[in-house]
Design a protein around this ligand. Sequence first.
Ligand SMILES: Cc1ncc(C[n+]2csc(CCOP(=O)(O)OP(=O)(O)O)c2C)c(N)n1
Length: 445
Amino acid sequence: MGAVEDITKRRWEVWEAGGIPTVTRRAFKDATTFPTGPVYVAYASSALEATNVEAVIQSADPPHMGLVPEAGVIHAIWDALLNAENPLLVCGPDIGAAGAEEEILALAERLALPVATGIFDYASFPRTIPTMRGVETLSEERYDVVCCVGYRQNTRGNATDLRFRDAGTIIGIGHDPAQLGNTFPLDVAVWGNVRQTLAALNASWKESDARLPHLERRAAALRSRGAERVRQLHDEAMGHASDKPIHPNYLAQVAGRVLPEGTMVVSESFRNADHLMPFGFDKRQWRLVRTFGASLGHGIGAAVGAQLGAPDRPVVCSIGDGAVMYSASGFWTMARYGLPILTVVWNNLNYQTVRTNFHTFGGEMAKQKKYPEVYLGDPEIDFVMLAKAQGIEGTTVREPQAIEAALRRGVDAIRAGEPYLLDIRVATVGTGADSTWHQRFKLRD
Ligand SMILES: Cc1ncc(C[n+]2csc(CCOP(=O)(O)OP(=O)(O)O)c2C)c(N)n1
């Protein structure tokens, strides 16, 4: 076992040897001490099928714990961020949980830090702020400093969680010690209150720092790139304005314009475009509620809970057609208790996420372009009727020109205190999107 200082150097050795890295965290005070208590072992899902894998138990410093860590740790993080030439700030849901919106904005803006979020964390930083680079843009660029704030490293347990192998220094700050260092190792881990820790970092800022040439340069570059990025996203979505079936990006664009300020979106969307909606930190901007695992069945019940918890907010349940069928009885609850929730069903007639996964495995299905059990269009499910059967009115939307009026009708309904459902046919996006192949079954001819 190497000394603690060797970890950074050694942490990707297993990768380089072609193995599956096993990142195991123990609070070793002395790197030569063996664990004497429970040991948490995490491994990538691909390891389930891998053979001849050698695992390495890596030693590491214990996370620094407390509302804020000691001054030396704050100083070390600040020093790394202030002097970084090519940094990345990765934002996650602990920021919202801690109410640390102002603090993260101040940090990102003052230090001109490019920001990225994980795939389901798109509301963790406003997409219109110039430093925002986007969702899942956690490339393998050679960052000198990566700082993860409230970011859930372990989302899917596959290779994309094993990030930043070429980064210089990796910092993690978060509320949950089980999320710190669980898929990629951290050089500095802070288990503490995200708001207090960010406030302590920001307190190190001196007005004269704003004149540091590398910060000025980066801020200017981020401003122009950021504005361009927002424009591109807008133009890309508008380019689909007449697509039929409706393109998810265009639907998100119209919804972002038409739905009320302060909308709370409860999302059980996978391949839709919720990430393009106007989530943000101030009161008028939208808020997001979602789970971070991928187990279906959460959406409709969570929308009920969100509306009860925030009775004055417009609540929109944004959900895939496949996901609806895991919890459709919740519509009855909405009707029974008079919960004015607008449900938007992104109806792509498919379990498209599953098809994409099947394709990624690269076996027979991908070769034959036949993906069993993912096409849901035979028979088509009538979601308006499904809602109506439980006391909820709704409308079907098939034409892009009809989206706006339908959304307005939904908004009128929830303003009047009634739940409402829109079944919007959207294009299937992703691998094998044009496939409707499905095996036909009939018990008796
Ligand atoms: C309880 C449960 N069963 C099965 C799955 C596997 N699964 C993951 S995504 C998905 C499809 C969801 O379909 P839909 O809501 O229409 O979204 P799309 O993938 O088409 O965007 C399924 C079945 C799961 N995540 N959870």
